[in-house]
Ligand binder design. Structure first.
Ligand SMILES: CC(C)(COP(=O)(O)OP(=O)(O)OC[C@H]1O[C@@H](n2cnc3c(N)ncnc32)[C@H](O)[C@@H]1OP(=O)(O)O)[C@@H](O)C(=O)NCCC(=O)NCCS
Length: 185
């Protein structure tokens, strides 16, 4: 599943690896940025929140049914954290996983997330042998929708007022891709 240094996947520019304590400051900086959290569940994120989150992920392992596992996305050359991606292994059906992702603003616009998620999907459908990946996104989150559609994920639903975000009910799109679709695209 991972090698001894906690690496799950590698691409030309990026490594998908376990979180480490040296990631806390960078993780805090982008999580606390209101532009990053606009369509996400958290707000007013503190350094203490970041440290607790990273410590929890360091002690966690991927693919435990009913839980999320957050993978660090780092630059191959420097090991600098630039964002994260996550899978939620569904408790009721662990052959299906849900996807989440975030990129620090200074690294957006150059295809890093697309590259990271191509590696992640290879790992999810190859190494973990999952049947299907799903994702939910706020319908207003155009950048997220572009990321999902660039991966070849299909919009399977428009869920009305499906999520309480910062005090208002928001609509979500549900996206999905099957293992068979990923390997034949
Ligand atoms: C969603 C999010 C990760 C998208 O980031 P992003 O940088 O736009 O996505 P990518 O890294 O894949 O880069 C794609 C952009 O780089 C460009 N690009 C440049 N080189 C590229 C390459 N080699 N391959 C792909 N895209 C490339 C694309 O054209 C695209 O730019 P555009 O949006 O102007 O068309 C980012 O906006 C984010 O973290 N948002 C906050 C968290 C969030 O809302 N997450 C989603 C929750 S569901």
């Amino acid at each position: 599943m991972e090698n001894s240094s906690g690496v799950y996947a590698v691409s030309d520019r990026l490594v998908i690896r376990q979180f480490a304590l040296h990631d806390v400051q960078s993780f805090y900086q982008y999580r606390a940025n209101p532009a990053v959290s606009r369509f996400q569940s958290w707000e007013n994120y503190t350094y203490e929140d970041a440290e607790a989150f990273v410590r929890k992920q360091m002690a966690h392992s991927p693919d435990q049914p009913g839980t999320w596992f957050q993978y660090a996305i780092a630059l191959v050359d420097s090991n600098q954290l630039i964002g994260d991606c996550a899978i939620h292994t569904l408790g009721a059906e662990p052959r299906i996983v849900e996807l989440g992702f975030t990129l620090a603003p200074e690294y957006q616009g150059t295809g890093y997330m697309h590259e990271a998620l191509c590696s992640l999907l290879d790992y999810v459908f190859g190494t973990l042998d999952k049947h299907k990946m799903i994702a939910f996104t706020d319908v207003r989150n155009k950048k997220s929708i572009q990321v999902l559609e660039r991966l070849g994920m299909r919009r399977e639903g428009h869920l009305l007022q499906n999520y309480m975000s910062k005090g208002i009910w928001v609509d979500e799109y549900q996206y999905a891709i099957l293992q068979s679709e990923w390997f034949t695209k």
